[in-house]
Design a binder for this molecule. Structure first.
Ligand SMILES: Nc1ncnc2c1ncn2[C@@H]1O[C@H](COP(=O)(O)OP(=O)(O)OP(=O)(O)O)[C@@H](O)[C@H]1O
Length: 325
C-alpha cells in the first residue's frame, strides 16, 4: 500500500515558558493523500498555524515538537539529515501566508524572487529562470507579466501580491501546498478569485492542499475533507459534505451556525450572525475534560472531568464528544 503524502501522528507541540511546559497542541493526527485537499478549521488561537509550522520545521522557541511523528511519503521528517529536510521543504512542501508582504522581499523585484526559486532549487540559469518567472506570473493570471516582473511588492495590490506568493510557492512544483489564511486580508471578490486560482492550479498539477482558516465555509468549499480544531485538539474530522449535512460536534455545529447563508437576513447584514458564546481559552487555562465544555450547551458532569475518546463516524470520519449528534 502506498503511504499517504503526509501523515501526522499524535503530534504534541510544547510551549516552554521558562518555569513550566504546557502542551499547546496535543494528540493531533491526520493524513493527506497525493493531490488531496484537506482543511484545518477553527477559531483564532486553536493551534492551526503552529501545527502547520511544525509540518515544515519552522517552529521556534518557546514552541517545540514534544511528541509524535510527521511522515512525508512514509519517511519521518525529523529523522532525515538536515540537507534532506531543507530540500523537502524547498521543493516538495511549500507554504503561503496571510500577508505576502512578510514573506516577499520588499527590496527585490517580484520576477527576481520567482526566478530565484528556479535557480536555487532547480539549478536553472538566470536567463532561463527569468523567462520561467514571466510564465509563472502568467499562470497566476497577473496581467502584463513581462512588465510586472520588474515591479516591487509594494507596487502591487494585495490580491496581486498573493498571486505572486502563489507563483513563488508553486514554482518548484511542490507536492503539498500549505495555505495559512491566504485570503483573510483580501476583500470578498478577490478572495474568491484567489481560492479558485489555487484550486485550479493545484488540480492541474496534482498538488495537495492543506488549507488553514477560521472560515468553515471557505474550507469546506475548497477541501474534500475537513478537520475541526479546538484548543489544541482535533474534535471532528469529516468529508466536507458531511460537515454541513450531519456535523457531530457541538463546536462544529457552532461554526456552521455562524456562517452567513445566502438570502438570510444575516447574509444581508441586517441581523447579527449567531456567534459561539465565549472565547478559546489560553493554553495555560485549558479546562479539564473536554476543552469545549465551558462553552457547550450539551455539557454534563462527565464533560468536565473526562476528555472524550475518538468515536468513528462511518468510513472515514470521527468525533471527540461525549454527547455527539
Ligand atoms: N511564539 C509563540 N509563543 C507563545 N505562544 C504562542 C506562539 N505562537 C503561538 N502561540 C500560542 O499558540 C496557540 C495557537 O496559536 P496558533 O497561531 O497556532 O492559532 P491559530 O488557530 O492558527 O490562530 P490564528 O488564526 O490566530 O493564527 C495560541 O494560544 C497562541 O497564543
Amino acid at each position: 500500500m502506498t503511504p499517504p503524502l503526509i501523515e501526522v501522528e499524535n503530534l504534541r507541540i510544547d510551549l516552554d515558558n521558562g518555569s513550566s511546559r504546557v502542551a499547546a497542541v496535543e494528540g493531533v493526527s491526520f493524513r493527506i493523500d497525493r493531490g488531496e485537499t484537506f482543511g484545518l478549521v477553527g477559531e483564532s488561537g486553536c493551534g492551526k498555524s503552529i501545527s502547520a509550522l511544525a509540518l515544515i520545521g519552522l517552529l521556534r522557541r518557546p514552541l517545540s515538537i514534544g511528541a509524535g511523528a510527521i511522515r512525508f511519503e512514509g519517511r519521518e521528517i525529523q529523522g532525515l539529515p538536515a540537507a534532506e529536510q531543507r530540500a523537502l521543504r524547498g521543493n516538495r512542501i511549500a507554504m503561503i501566508f496571510q500577508e505576502p508582504m512578510t514573506a516577499l522581499n520588499p527590496v527585490s523585484p517580484v520576477g527576481r524572487q520567482i526566478a530565484e526559486m528556479f535557480v536555487l532549487h532547480q539549478g536553472k540559469s538566470w536567463r532561463e529562470a527569468n523567462q520561467l518567472a514571466v510564465e509563472a506570473l502568467a499562470s497566476v493570471r497577473v496581467p502584463a507579466p513581462e512588465r510586472r516582473v520588474k515591479d516591487y511588492p509594494h507596487q502591487l495590490s494585495g490580491g496581486m501580491r498573493q498571486r505572486v506568493m502563489i507563483a513563488v510557492a508553486l514554482a518548484c512544483g511542490p507536492d503539498l501546498l500549505i495555505a495559512d489564511e491566504p485570503t483573510t486580508a483580501l476583500d470578498v471578490t478577490v478572495q474568491a478569485e484567489i481560492i479558485e486560482l489555487m484550486r485550479n492550479l493545484c488540480a492541474e498539477r496534482g498538488t495537495a492542499i492543506l488549507m488553514i482558516s477560521h472560515d468553515l465555509g471557505l474550507v469546506a468549499n475548497l477541501c474534500r475533507r475537513v478537520a475541526v480544531m479546538y484548543a489544541g485538539r482535533i474534535v471532528e474530522e469529516r468529508g466536507s459534505d458531511d460537515v454541513f449535512r450531519a456535523c457531530a460536534h457541538p463546536y462544529t455545529q457552532g461554526l456552521v451556525d455562524a456562517l452567513p447563508r445566502l438570502g438570510t437576513r444575516a447574509a444581508l447584514g441586517r441581523s447579527r450572525l449567531r456567534e459561539i458564546a465565549g472565547v478559546v481559552p489560553a493554553i495555560a487555562d485549558f479546562p479539564a475534560g473536554c476543552r469545549f465544555n465551558p462553552r457547550c450547551a450539551r455539557a454534563t458532569d462527565i464533560c468536565r472531568t473526562t476528555a472524550p475518546e475518538m468515536t468513528l463516524l462511518g468510513q472515514d470520519g470521527f468525533v471527540r464528544c461525549h454527547h455527539h449528534a
